[in-house]
Design a protein around this ligand. Structure first.
Ligand SMILES: Nc1ncnc2c1ncn2[C@@H]1O[C@H](COP(=O)(O)OP(=O)(O)OP(=O)(O)O)[C@@H](O)[C@H]1O
Length: 513
């Protein structure tokens, strides 16, 4: 059992003219009404309350005179506790209030002290405790994408986040990006990175991916790791990345925080919350292509992304439009998926458990490579749940956040009706994997080779499996006949990859967000 922490301060203070016993320990600030009122009053402060010190945002002294009594909305600064009663100094504590649906808000409470000396002692004691929290960032490098989502990144940061960072005493350097890859290139070349405790990304998944690329690349170069070798272990990043959601889907923020809300994310950043993340490196013929932290999707999700990129003018609605269009197109793709199953791990992709806090990776050796050939409507690799407001369960609800694995989901060719059943199950309680044409494997590494790139022996194997192969081959080589295209694209965290044949390796805890 955890030891009760030592009492640092205990005083009788007043909150809205009512007497409270207020105590401060190393980990907890508590206040308790001295004489509880027998009558319930909805606007009176409740009898007792405590706030973990780790969730206190800041403490400030109130110095001016109170203009109106009874308000606690932060608009008053004046303290004179009623005529003829005790006058004195007051201080206000701003703290995290947990609301519904994983949202956090900034609440505050003002304590009036009997003397200036008591007030000073309280303020400095709370500040000392806050200063001892090593995980809190003090200097942040902020990149704002003014172009992502509904183009509200700058406004969201200025109106909802900047003041909170300021109150928490965080010093920021803010860069509003001027073009795509501005943040990535800046991170690759910024010489003063060491003076920051973290990087904040104000944007969507694409912007987050840009920042991941800048940071990881920089860490590998600094550590002398060759980014082009698929067998080299990545050097972890010493900087954490915070996300303020301002994109279209903001899937990474939703999957890690549980909601897409800029204030909640800002408060998580302020209190120094961190979440380790797996990063996978994607290679083609021993050449590095990209890193990914959430989704790699070929077929349906690749096609939706490719189509939606041409419709950026539609805003976030482009995903719905392209989703319906690609569902009706019903393209399938042939190829071979080889994977290395993750052995010795706790849990499977079919668990009911939802992971939002990371996982201890297993170091047991892995199994043998396995290969599955076939026609697929979708091949998805989810290294986190990939939940978003459109799909609150996500593509793989039980995927772990930092265990060095991914959930490889193969959706074989099936009827439109069956594919629709699978898609709808992402939004209902039913298991989206409990269908004969869907399989899911937890893997550490996988490769995909589209059919046209397979070797002659592989093609011969397929020929034996599929009597109509020659006809379908002719069709695919002649798109004019209206059948499915030969290749899809990979959707890599919301960015399109230029190669279909890829080799993907997962590594745990390379990033913390
Ligand atoms: N100033 C800029 N002008 C144009 N493009 C930019 C700029 N800054 C960043 N970008 C690019 O904009 C792309 C999209 O950004 P972002 O991910 O923030 O929004 P989104 O695509 O609408 O959201 P989501 O990825 O969550 O669907 C990113 O790939 C990023 O590289």
């Amino acid at each position: 059992m955890e030891k009760p922490s030592r009492l640092l301060l205990l005083s009788e203070l007043r909150v809205r003219n009512l007497a409270y016993d207020v105590s401060l320990c190393r980990s907890l600030l508590s206040w308790k009404r001295l004489v509880p009122s027998p009558v319930y009053h909805p606007f009176r402060p409740s009898g007792s309350r405590s706030v973990p010190v780790s969730e206190i945002i800041c403490v400030r002294e109130e110095e001016e005179e109170k203009s109106s009594r009874g308000k606690s909305d932060g608009s008053w600064r004046k303290i004179k506790e009623g005529e003829g009663k005790d006058c004195g100094q007051a201080f206000t504590v701003l703290y995290v209030q947990r609301c519904q649906q994983h949202r956090w808000r900034c609440a505050e409470i003002t304590f009036t002290c009997p003397s200036d000396a008591v007030c000073q002692r309280w303020v400095s004691s709370i500040r000392e405790q806050l200063a001892s929290l090593a995980s809190r960032p003090k200097h942040l490098l902020v990149y704002i994408n003014p172009y992502g989502g509904k183009k509200q990144g700058k406004r969201i940061y200025e109106q909802k986040v900047a003041a909170l960072f300021d109150q928490a005493g965080i010093v920021t350097q803010v860069i509003v990006t001027e073009h795509a890859n501005h943040a990535r290139d800046h991170l690759r070349t910024e010489t003063e990175l060491k003076r920051f405790d973290g990087v904040v990304c104000v944007g969507g998944d694409g912007m987050f991916s840009e920042i991941i690329h800048g940071l990881i690349w920089r860490m590998q170069i600094d550590a002398g790791v060759d980014p082009n070798s698929p067998d080299e272990s990545l050097s972890p990043s010493s900087l954490r990345i915070g996300i303020i959601p301002a994109g279209s889907t903001d899937c990474i923020c939703f999957a890690t925080v549980g909601t897409n809300d800029p204030v909640t994310s800002a408060l998580h950043i302020i209190v120094g919350d961190s979440q380790p993340m797996d990063v996978c490196s994607v290679h083609h013929n021993n050449t590095f292509l990209r890193y990914s932290v959430s989704l790699l999707g070929y077929g349906f999700y690749g096609d939706v992304l490719t189509d939606s990129e041409r419709k950026r003018w539609m805003g976030p609605a482009r995903y719905d439009f392209s989703g319906v269009k690609m569902f009706l197109s019903h393209h399938y793709y042939e190829g071979a998926v080889s994977y290395l199953p993750a052995k010795g791990i706790i849990g499977t992709p079919r668990d009911a458990f939802r992971c939002r806090s990371g996982y201890e990776p297993s170091h047991k050796s892995d199994g043998e490579w396995r290969t599955i050939r076939g026609k697929f409507l979708a091949i998805n690799a989810a290294s986190m749940s990939c939940a978003c407001p459109r799909s609150p369960k996500g593509l793989s609800p039980a995927a772990h956040l930092a265990d060095g694995t991914t959930d490889l989901i193969l959706v074989r060719k099936c009827s439109r009706f069956n594919f629709l059943r699978h898609l709808i199950r992402h939004t209902s309680k039913d298991d989206q994997f409990d269908l004969t044409f869907v399989e899911v494997h937890r893997v550490r590494r996988f490769r995909f080779t589209p059919r046209q790139c397979q070797s002659d022996s592989d093609l011969e194997l397929d020929r034996q499996e599929n009597k109509h192969q020659i006809f379908s081959q002719i069709c695919r080589d002649h798109p004019a006949c209206g059948c499915a295209p030969a290749y899809s694209s990979w959707n890599c965290d919301g960015e399109i990859l230029s190669h279909s044949a890829i080799d993907v390796r997962y590594q745990n805890t390379v990033m913390e967000s």
